[in-house]
Design a binder for this molecule. Structure first.
Ligand SMILES: [Zn+2]
Length: 1002
């Protein structure tokens, strides 16, 4: 590794850390979300005449199943009524119905692809934009004679784009601006309709009517409308938009269901009249995804994955009341128990549509024809299901051949070999059909189709063992590599001299370093190992990133091997100084604590339990600490208990005006009290003006907090009354956001402020943003968390000052140049003067000891609390979008997401600032504690990597994947915070502690 500087610094370690984690997050997409699409399959369709000539597909974007089927109290009479009388009548009199189960991500694009093309698009497609297709695919629309689609410009173009003949699919769309889901600022003049997105649906129904009208004067259109195999697609976005802005429990959402129901009734009547009741139209009504109670979707929560399906018309089975099946608790209160509920998987809708109008099945479809929905002759059913099977079998075949070509030693899927080989199976089913044994043929088809799907999955996951091993080696390598660095650099002992960012100032004893020959040998060996992997990967035609996956572990482990002697000597030194029991105990305790944090991803409540134990901590402190710090210990215990409440509260919080107000008041009072007390106790007697300035700044900040409280209350009132977002409030909110957000960077960032003053300034700066973005108890959480953090910092300082630990007598660390600084010239000679003056630029440091594991794990704990305090990791959507409506009403997922991320990040800023100051207080080299946390959080990431599930429900799979991603992102967050903490508190004044070593030194 000649390209690497011989001396590894913290900055370089960070860069490697970022590169490594960013690359390895992608691994999850390569392993779990590779595109299932293959090309080159032949087409299949049923030759017998189809039951329908045309099909109408309604997709109510964001309609979750229970909201459609349930009864809702009428706002006036309070009587329970259905919001969809027409569809209910269909279910009871002429159609089939059930729940259509979607997969994650529950977003519009993958949902529509599943419905219309019959396969589950990989998540990477979502990241590549909504309208462009990363890989072109076949769809029912593409196979139709002609398709007219009506609706949103977000959805329609992707099916037109991929069509083999662009003229085949008409897209009739409203402009994107129509989707402004503001609570009606733009339309606040017309009172009744303001903020109601059902207008989008009305638009679609009106334009459908218009098209039918137009055909009366347009012979070409008239002719087209009378051909076979045509599709009308009505995309109804109103429910999604209303669900996001008003929640799925709102009157807006429920009334929108009625509007959709009315529209469908109208379309049905219009088409019957238009085609002279020829009975050749099939109808399918469904949704692309559901909607969570907090007005968001995307994850695998059942509220998002369960959507309705109702089908009726030509070829569709009527209600089955003889032996109603398929019901469970979910459908218990729908009053539909007399009618069979036939659930489908979302992709099953595509072959159903193809079968009804007799087109080719979309070649990429993995949907299984839902036979209970078909009311056709037995021969047709059997032929349809056989065709469906052949079409899936063909994909298996093509995919297997592709794989075989790129494998050195290919192991075929055992289920489809020998007597179950595709050829044998085809002949067998054909024979059954020819003999008229239709039911047996259907049963055989079902078996084969399942085998094919299993086989496709087998091929899809063929490389998993290999990839997972590589990834594990990579994470373990990173942990070993970075710990190795920390041990060598920060555990030093008497012979270490540290420069900025921990680069050793003096060379290590040569005896420990690897010899030149050894280095060469290790480098050559790693090059050979990499070359072997590269050859294998080239034969497998692997994507470029795979080479990086392999390169990282080889690099990490070769470095660990090279540095092993120094590593061993650092470990030996630690155990010598502190004993085996203490050292191993600290390591084990650390790992157990990390595992508890892993568990907190599944159950936030465990964090509350931890807080309750932490509240007892003062009891176990040394007597010297206990004696003089009663007030501080009480403040720690109380704030721990206070914060423990929040991880017990449900995450699905509704808007609560009283709690918002209470949080704002608490923070205002807190600001006022700090203004009175803090400048006084932190003042430097030599700079009397500084205290006055500090007091003025804090007064201003308290004013902003009070103002934010007033504004947010008025905004909430206005939005609740559907009066829209007042322009004055919006402007003021933005001004406050930028003013207060810049205070900590402008005021005192470059001067040596007292750490306590600095922490309070930072705390007060972020408070108004938190208030503006809070929808319930978040501001109170912010207060409790801040109190806990500050108590922690002060308590750790007391414990340290009472301890025997001491900084190395002749080592000085200079922080004049910050993150990128060059080694300072300060030496032992200047130590006495700087310590006496309490200057912030030079301070003595010591090495890491096993005892420092505690602050590091506390830091990781608080990072988790900062995240879980107001949200739940299982459902990122639980961070409600509602809070950003105080600042913007125009729907832009990225902009809104950015605001939401600011809100989520604010507690992290506090945690990292406190942690940074703590490192200084404990005489540790800057970032050493940070790096310890950074190196070890991947124990959690690795846990989640192995907890990623590929079986079970899609909820479990989706959750496990988001756990992994969040855990990996935490590492990147930490690096970001690390840099930010340097900006925020990089040069605060941390006065020498009253007792202990420093006093002696001065
Ligand atoms: Zn949506």
């Amino acid at each position: 590794m000649a390209w690497l500087p011989s001396k590894l610094t913290s900055a370089l370690l960070l860069i490697i850390g970022v590169l490594f984690h960013v690359t390895y997050i992608c691994s999850i997409f390569d392993i779990y979300f590779t595109s299932p699409l293959v090309h080159g399959m032949g087409q299949h369709r049923v030759e017998a005449p189809a039951p329908a000539k045309r099909l109408v597909l309604f997709v109510a974007d964001g309609l979750r199943a229970d909201k459609l089927y349930q009864f809702h109290p009428d706002p006036e009479t309070n009587e329970l009524t259905t919001k969809a009388p027409f569809l209910r009548n269909i279910i009871e009199k002429e159609g089939s119905w059930g729940v259509s189960h979607t997969r994650v991500p529950t977003e519009s694009r993958p949902g529509h692809v599943a419905i219309i093309a019959g396969f589950y698009e990989d998540v990477s497609a979502v990241t590549k934009g909504w309208q462009m297709n990363p890989v072109n695919f076949d769809s029912v629309f593409n196979q139709s004679e002609h398709t007219w689609s009506f609706g949103s410009p977000d959805i329609l173009p992707m099916f037109a784009h991929g069509a083999s003949d662009p003229d085949r699919i008409d897209t009739i769309m409203y402009p994107a601006e129509y989707e402004d889901f503001g609570a009606g600022r733009r339309t606040s003049t017309d009172t009744k309709q303001s903020g109601d997105a059902s207008a989008l649906d009305t638009w679609v129904f009106d334009h459908f009517t218009e098209m039918l009208e137009k055909s009366k004067t347009d012979p070409a259109l008239h002719k087209k409308l009378h051909s076979d195999k045509i599709i009308f697609f009505l995309h109804l976005l109103g429910l999604d938009t209303n669900g996001h802005s008003h929640l799925p429990t709102s009157e807006f959402y429920l009334n929108n269901i009625r509007i959709v129901d009315d529209g469908i009734k109208k379309v049905t009547e219009q088409l019957s009249a238009f085609y002279n009741n020829d009975g050749k139209t099939s109808y399918i009504f469904t949704a692309d995804h559901g909607m969570g109670n907090r007005g968001a979707h995307g994850d695998g929560h059942p509220d998002n994955t369960r959507t309705p399906i109702v089908a009726w018309g030509a070829g569709i089975q009527g209600p089955n009341k003889v032996n109603p099946q398929g019901h469970d608790e979910f459908s218990a209160d729908w009053r539909l128990n007399e009618y069979s509920r036939n659930d489908v998987k979302q992709a099953d809708i595509a072959p159903l549509m193809a079968s009804l109008i007799g087109t080719h099945y979309p070649v990429n479809s993995v949907g299984e024809l839902p036979l209970p929905y078909l009311d056709t002759p037995d021969s047709f059913r059997a032929a349809s299901t056989f065709t469906n099977t052949l079409q899936i079998l063909e994909q298996y075949h093509v995919k297997q051949e592709l794989k075989r070509r790129t494998e050195i030693y290919f192991r075929p899927f055992p289920g489809l070999t020998g007597e179950h080989s595709p050829e044998a199976v085809k002949a067998q089913v054909q024979a059954l059909i020819d003999a008229g044994k239709y039911e047996e043929a259907e049963a055989e088809c079902a078996i084969v189709r399942n085998l094919c799907l299993e086989g496709l999955r087998y091929l899809q996951t063929y490389d998993w063992l290999f990839l997972r091993s590589v990834i594990s080696a990579g994470y373990l390598g990173w942990i070993a590599f970075s710990l190795n660095f920390i041990l060598r650099t920060f555990v030093g002992g008497q012979d270490s001299r540290l420069g900025p960012l921990g680069a050793p100032r003096t060379r290590r004893p040569i005896a420990n370093a690897a010899s030149a020959q050894e280095k060469q040998a290790v480098n050559i060996l790693s090059a050979i190992v990499f070359a072997i992997f590269a050859i294998i990967l080239t034969i497998k035609q692997s994507p470029a990133l795979y080479y990086a996956y392999v390169a990282f572990p080889i690099f990490f482990w070769s470095r660990v091997v090279l540095d092993r002697r120094e590593l061993i000597s650092a470990i030996a030194k630690t155990t010598q100084n502190y004993g085996w029991v203490k050292t191993i105990g600290s390591v084990l305790g650390y790992i157990v604590a990390l595992e508890i944090l892993v568990y907190s991803y599944f159950n936030r409540g465990i964090l509350s339990v931890c807080f309750m134990f932490l509240a007892l901590w003062p009891v176990f402190l040394p007597a010297a600490v206990q004696r003089n710090n009663t007030l501080l210990m009480a403040s720690w215990s109380l704030s721990c208990l206070g914060t423990s409440i929040f991880t017990l509260l449900p995450v699905e919080i509704g808007e609560d005006k009283m709690l918002i107000l209470a949080g704002g008041l608490i923070l205002t009072i807190c600001g006022f009290v700090s203004t009175v007390i803090v400048p006084g106790i932190t003042a430097d007697p030599q700079q009397p003006n500084a205290a006055v300035t500090a007091r003025n700044v804090m007064m201003f900040q308290t004013g902003l907090i009070a103002l934010s409280t007033v504004i947010v209350n008025d905004t909430v009132r206005s939005l609740a009354a559907h009066e829209g977002l007042p322009f004055l409030n919006q402007t003021l909110s933005w001004i406050i956001l930028f003013t207060t957000g810049s205070i900590p960077f402008v005021y005192g960032a470059r001067s040596n402020q007292h750490y306590l003053l600095r922490m309070v300034i930072i705390f007060l700066s972020f408070a108004p943003i938190f208030i503006l973005l809070s929808i319930s108890y978040e501001s109170i959480f912010y207060f409790c968390l801040s109190a806990t953090l500050l108590s922690w910092l002060m308590l750790e300082r007391k414990i340290y000052s009472a301890s025997e630990m001491q900084p190395l007598s002749d080592t000085l660390y200079s922080e004049k140049r910050g993150l990128t600084g060059a080694p300072s010239s300060s030496s032992a000679g200047s130590s006495s003067s700087s310590a006496a003056k309490g200057s912030a630029t030079d301070y003595p440091i010591r090495g890491l000891t096993p005892k420092d594991a505690r602050p590091a794990i506390f830091f990781l704990f608080f990072i988790n609390v900062a995240f879980f305090g107001t949200g739940n990791v299982a459902s990122l959507a639980s961070f409600s979008l509602q809070s950003v409506f105080r600042l913007t009403t125009v729907f832009s997922p990225f902009f809104m997401g950015a605001l939401l991320i600011v809100k989520i990040l604010i507690p992290f800023f506090l945690v990292s600032s406190v942690f940074r100051v703590l490192g200084r207080s404990l005489d540790l080299p800057p970032f050493s504690l940070f790096l310890l946390g950074l190196a070890t959080t991947d124990v959690m990431t690795l846990n989640f990597f192995y907890l990623v599930r590929d079986d079970g429900s899609w909820l479990e799979i989706g959750t496990s994947i988001s756990h992994f991603c969040i855990s990996s992102l935490m590492v990147l967050f930490t690096i970001l915070l690390f840099a930010l903490s340097d900006l925020l508190v990089g040069r605060v004044l941390v006065p020498a502690l009253g007792e202990g070593q420093r006093k002696k030194r001065s």
